[in-house]
Design a protein around this ligand. Structure first.
Ligand SMILES: Cc1cc2nc3c(=O)[nH]c(=O)nc-3n(C[C@H](O)[C@H](O)[C@H](O)COP(=O)(O)OP(=O)(O)OC[C@H]3O[C@@H](n4cnc5c(N)ncnc54)[C@H](O)[C@@H]3O)c2cc1C
Length: 405
């Protein structure tokens, strides 16, 4: 049996960022990941980072390429009723957003781990958690035909929505809150210049559309589709025609199309598990919460959890206090529920739920309100850039990592 301070399950952005921050503070961890590194780095997911996430990646010393290659955005466009309205995020909140793909974040974290010789076990099978409520929990796994056992102080469950960490908590100790939505998103990636310099969120009678990007030459577009839709029903030409049809004229005419390099359909879901701690097991990121991607909050919430947990573990090893560890779930959930509310609200505002004209007219009235009221625009903008900028609960002096959040 080997011994380590922190065992981390999952090498997604949460797991690798946590292990990197702990390593920089001299705290030893091991990351157990069931997939290969190539598979994890190839998953196309998030692309929009709040500035608090940018700060954290820089503090973790994995932000250099992001600062060179990422695209900082000062605003976004809301399109509805055949017109567009720009939300000036920078002017309204003082904060920007960063376009930088999760695939790139994942690669930067992976490279930092390789360079430092940090311990990651790729293709770890049958990962299981034991004795969570004792002060010496254990994690077991298999690699090849060999069984391994790790003795640790803490376990970080960073293994996403389908992982084993949350499922290891007895059902009577965790409450699951869930909302599913009656539609999905079909997304494509294409090596074509984006239709506009900033993201465009479209409310259209035929359904939602989102124009996003990964760089100045790579676009990411999404369309609301039905839940039981099949990717085979969406040849590229159909996707481009439908997207053009949902865009206001000023953008439809500028749309540059090309062959897709990735195409997928994803369901939308809101999900929160609480509490986010059970004994010595701490849930982090998608293991504890999932949001519809409309608000671009998933990866950012995961990073915010990592910040809280890394500070709490640091406090424990520096001074023996468990105050922040005991506070972790409450502090994380305070932010999680606000982001969950915003993502749910923004999803409801922008998508077509039925053919009912009343519902669509109410959506248009609310969009008009955001376009016409400084207070409404500010409320939207501060949620979009991340409420943690405004509402961070103060930390004891000396424990905060450098960032301003
Ligand atoms: C299509 C799409 C678009 C998105 N867009 C955005 C966006 O624009 N902005 C945003 O902020 N967020 C977005 N998200 C959400 C974001 O991708 C997630 O919130 C983020 O990946 C969470 O990171 P994580 O490390 O917590 O979980 P994951 O990325 O899911 O990583 C969990 C890891 O644990 C591993 N694992 C699972 N089970 C086990 C096991 N039993 N043993 C060992 N390892 C295991 C998995 O293989 C995986 O590598 C999007 C998500 C999707 C699907």
């Amino acid at each position: 049996m080997s011994k380590i301070q922190v065992a981390i399950i999952g090498a997604g952005p949460s797991g690798l960022l946590l292990s990197q921050l702990l390593r920089l503070q001299g705290i030893e961890s091991i990351v157990l990941e069931r997939q290969t590194r190539e598979y994890v780095e190839g998953r196309i997911r998030a692309g929009l980072l709040e500035w608090s996430t940018v700060d954290l990646l820089n503090e973790a010393r994995v932000g250099a390429r992001m600062m060179r290659e990422g695209l900082a955005h000062d605003g976004l466009e809301l399109a509805f009723d055949g017109r567009t309205h720009r939300i000036d995020l920078k002017k309204l909140t003082g904060h920007r957003m960063m376009v930088y793909g999760q695939t790139e974040v994942q690669k930067d974290l992976g490279d930092a781990h390789t360079a430092s010789g940090a311990q990651i076990i790729w293709e770890a099978g049958n990962v299981a958690i034991h004795d969570i409520t004792s002060h010496r929990p254990r994690v077991t796994y298999t690699r090849g035909a060999i069984n391994h056992e790790i003795d640790c102080d803490f376990i970080a469950g960073c293994d996403g929505f389908h992982g084993i960490s949350r499922q290891s908590i007895p059902k009577e100790y965790v409450t699951l809150h869930e909302r599913t939505y009656p539609f999905g998103w079909i997304g494509i990636m294409a090596n074509v210049p984006p239709v506009a310099g900033e993201l465009i969120y479209v409310n259209h009678p035929r359904g939602f559309a989102l124009c996003s990007m990964r760089s100045k030459s790579r676009s990411r577009y999404y369309l609301q589709c039905s839940l039981d839709d099949d990717i085979a029903n969406w040849p590229d030409d159909r996707f481009w025609d439908e997207l053009r049809g949902r865009l206001p004229n000023e953008h439809a005419g500028a749309l540059i199309t090309g062959p897709s390099i990735e195409k997928s359909i994803a369901p939308l879901r809101s999900f929160v598990a609480e509490p986010m701690r059970f004994g010595q097991l701490f849930l982090v990121g998608d293991a504890a919460h999932i949001l519809p991607p409309t608000g671009a909050k998933g990866l950012n919430l995961a990073a915010a959890d990592v910040r809280l947990l890394s500070e709490a573990i640091l406090e424990y090893y520096r001074g023996g206090s468990e105050t922040l560890l005991n506070d972790y779930s409450k502090q994380a959930l305070a932010r999680v529920w606000k982001a969950t509310r915003f993502s749910w609200w923004f999803t409801a505002l922008m998508h077509k739920f039925s053919d009912e004209t009343f519902a669509h007219r109410i959506q248009l009235a609310e969009l008009e309100y955001i376009a016409g009221s400084a207070a409404a625009a500010e409320s939207f903008a501060e949620n979009y850039v991340g409420l943690n900028f405004a509402q961070r609960i103060p930390r004891p002096q000396g424990l905060r990592l450098k960032s301003s959040i």
